[in-house]
Design a binder for this molecule. Sequence first.
Ligand code: GLA
Length: 409
Amino acid sequence: MESKWLICLLLISGFSTYCYASKSMRMRLSTEQNMEDLLTRRNLLSNGLGSTPPMGWNSWNHFACNIDEKTIKETADSLVSTGLFKLGYIYVNIDDCWAESSRDDKGNLVPKKSTFPSGIKALADYVHSKGLKLGIYSDAGYYTCSKKQPGSLGHEEQDAKTFASWGIDYLKYDNCNNDFSKPTQRYPVMTRALMNAGRPIFFSLCEWGDLHPALWGYNVGNSWRTTNDISDNWDSMVSRADQNEVYADLARPAGWNDPDMLEVGNGGMKKDEYIVHFSIWAISKAPLLIGCDVRNTTKEVMEIIANKEVLSVNQDKLGVQAKKVRMEGDLEVWAGPLSNYRVAIVLLNRGSWPTSMIAHWDDIGLPPNTAVTARDLWEHKTLKTKFVGNLTATVDSHACKMYILKPVS
Ligand code: GLA
């Protein structure tokens, strides 16, 4: 039997450790090493994906378990025909309930025959033929949250290879029905499996913010849920925004805080409330995953989700998540830097009456005497006045104003 050896050299000057191991030792380490150790390394997940927040669609918020291949294909068609694909909505993500309740005799996940008779590979081929990407869903437990299909716990390598062989581009990985070990023990196993699967797959961690994934998710996935599931109402939406904001400093390109998928277009909120939802998600650099039926979108919904100017804030290359920079009761100013010294701001009125609001330069990170132009991203107008020191606007109840401020030389 080949001998096992491991030599480590500690370079005190840079506090770096270099190790050399025999082949058999390397194999042992790669299969048995403590996953917690992996978390201390940088770039465990270096798949090159998610340099800006992912954009696309997900089946759960509108369809829950009522999904089939026809719906997914028609959604792909609609993303193209509505122009949403051209705007950057590239992922078509299947959520829970796509698989049979048991694995096959080789332990493979099996697409549900009654709803996905052509299989996932054929669906991926279809979606790819349109230029889109296909996402799928699994769980770091024994069953997914619906309990209608097996989870990937203990089958990570096999499932990651299956997903890669089908041409999957995005994996949402849930946290239900697990063995009660910590997410930090279970999620990196799938990270490693995806890295060995031979296809770059965006890895979306969904442990609902339980173990503060913003603190460790960057090494493990490309995004991490920071909240429990959103519902299609104002209180649920703003509370997700609040919980997600706490972790603003920890988001960055290739590792995004995820306050859950969009409810815009599902009917539970007023137009202004959906505009708040979309504005806050955009400025927070959240994944923008449409959660309505894009086959039947109204003009009003399209005006929100297809607002190019708001999308440009979300996709700005700086990738800095905005924060609340002033809170006075129901009135909040959110701000975050954009490339080229610009600043994006949202003036949010959570109260019941139209109210005048002020954004002060010292709150939003502009030097005191800077003169700026203000572009209103919902009115699609650059305001005539140049602003110095502050900007004032009247904001309706449960509504917001969103601007890009650009210094003038
Ligand atoms: C969990 C997730 C949801 C959705 C469902 C599916 O609740 O947080 O986003 O994926 O499971 O069962």
